[in-house]
Write a protein that binds this ligand. Structure first.
Ligand code: URA
Length: 283
């Protein structure tokens, strides 16, 4: 089976949530046209296009175009002038409604955990761990949630405590996608049962979506999306419907995809991809 693949300038409050399919749905920040004009010019600051370019939004020229097109907000105010200077420590910047992370000390990594690696940064028993993949680093990274030792795939690492907290918190309901190879042949009603909810020892659990990717007589490859993260949740659900998991790979967390990241490798998350991750948890 191949998986397909600061000090914070300002702390934002959670955006308003609508509801869809009975679950809260996060909305992108929209600039409020009625808001009073706020002076975002900081004479001692750095030019806005330079700040954006340094944050990985694009080249300085591309950032100038974003500003001129009215796609950039500083502290909620749309800025179209190119001369504006801002203080990256103090101002909050959004592009197309998505937060731009301006604090260079914050690190965000996507890591492809191979089977056999434990989900800890430094395993006291000396087993292969996540710290061994990212190597020694100045900043203290946390892993966001865990994967079972035998489960492979996407795990996020960061030193942004607020993001880690929000991603792990059930109230933000960040969807996680798994590709599961399970014993076959698949019973016809498996998807329906998993969507309806399965009674587990620690309470009911349901998938948000279920899709058969490949079905062979002895095994099937299915993609499931869940927004909760109890221990061994996917394995326990498939056990309960009579199709134990043979192999499990997490391919997506919120908007972050595993893609073609090789097992045992990590890559930085930055620019619009980071903006979408922050937006997914209302930051
Ligand atoms: N569900 C599982 O069963 N295992 C994991 O590692 C993640 C989700």
């Amino acid at each position: 089976m191949t998986p397909r693949g600061a000090s914070r300038p300002h702390q934002q409050s959670r955006p308003q949530q609508g509801r869809q399919n009975g679950r809260p749905q996060r909305q992108r920040r929209q600039p409020d046209p009625r808001q009073p004009a706020v002076d975002v010019h900081d004479p001692d600051g750095v030019r806005l296009q330079k700040v954006l370019a340094q944050a990985g939004v694009g080249s300085r020229r591309a950032c100038e175009e974003l500003i001129a097109a009215g796609r950039v907000q500083v502290d909620g105010v749309t800025v179209r002038e190119l001369g504006v200077r801002v203080d990256p420590q103090r101002h909050t910047i959004h592009v197309d409604g998505m937060r731009v992370q301006l604090d260079n000390s914050l690190v965000y990594l996507a890591l492809n955990k191979p089977a056999g690696v434990v989900s800890t940064m430094n395993d006291p028993q000396g087993r292969p761990d996540l710290g061994g993949i990212v190597g020694p680093r100045e900043e203290r990274l946390f892993h966001v949630g865990r994967l079972d030792t035998q489960t492979e795939g996407l795990i996020l690492l960061t030193n942004d405590g607020e993001l880690a907290h929000r991603l792990a918190h059930p109230s933000y309901e960040v969807p996680k996608t798994y590709l599961a190879e399970v014993t076959g042949p698949l019973a016809r009603d498996v998807g329906k049962r998993l969507r309806a909810g399965i009674d587990l020892d620690d309470g009911p659990a349901a998938v948000d979506s279920f899709r058969v990717v490949d079905a062979r007589p002895g095994a099937a490859l299915v993609e499931v999306v869940l927004h909760e993260g109890r221990n061994h949740i996917v394995r326990r659900m498939f056990d309960e419907v009579g199709h134990p998991v043979i192999r499990l790979v997490r391919t997506q967390v919120g908007p972050i995809r595993l893609g073609d990241l090789r097992p045992g490798r990590a890559r930085a998350i930055s620019g619009p991809e980071l903006g979408s991750l922050l937006a997914a948890v209302g930051m």
